[in-house]
Design a protein around this ligand. Structure first.
Ligand code: PNS
Length: 164
């Protein structure tokens, strides 16, 4: 059975992420969406539980996709599935530089671990979780950027952020 891991900080999940997850789920038997910590992103808008809950609702129509969180290293986490492959989306050359470095670090920590890249759909190349967070804080319309199921969650959280 082929297993792919789609790791990310998902703060929050966007339609760009969902596009990569959906395409990965067509290629692999099982897909695990791993909500992990990015040490460079120190002030997340959502808790791990909130992120997992939002991702679960967003992927509920895909029967071979599950969602988990972990606060450890991706290279260690991936050892739970023999032969699991990391799949990440690439929007631009700048993404590639970062992801290439991450791939080398993960290989050093777990030499058996392979990483594959899918190019982002053209219509989502501008999209990122940070753009979504900023738009939400300014009260902009989020439709077409994030799954409809989670728009309310983001708007509620952004309102709390505006109030603090
Ligand atoms: O969505 P992001 O922020 O680009 O995802 C990056 C993420 C969370 C996948 C990456 O930071 C990660 O793998 N975090 C877990 C800790 C880890 O293994 N770090 C890399 C080696 S030090």
């Amino acid at each position: 059975m082929s297993v792919a891991i789609c790791p990310g900080s998902y703060d929050p999940i966007t339609l760009g992420h969902l596009n990569i997850i959906r395409r990965t789920a067509k290629i692999f038997d099982e897909v695990v969406v791993a909500v992990l910590h990015n040490a460079n992103k120190t002030n997340p808008m959502f808790t791990d539980e909130e992120k997992v809950d939002m991702v679960r609702r967003a992927v509920s129509r895909y029967p071979n996709v599950t969602v988990e969180s972990s606060d450890g290293l991706l290279a260690e986490y991936a050892k739970r599935w023999e032969g699991a492959v990391i799949v990440k989306g690439l929007r631009a050359a700048s993404d590639f530089e970062y992801e290439f470095q991450m791939n080398l670090i993960n290989k050093k920590l777990n030499p058996a671990l392979e990483t594959m890249f899918l190019t982002a759909s053209e219509k989502y190349t501008f999209l990122s979780s940070s753009v979504v967070r900023e738009m939400a804080i300014y009260g902009a319309d989020l439709s077409g950027l994030v799954p409809n199921e989670i728009i309310d969650d983001i708007q509620k959280k952004a309102k709390l952020w505006r109030a603090t």
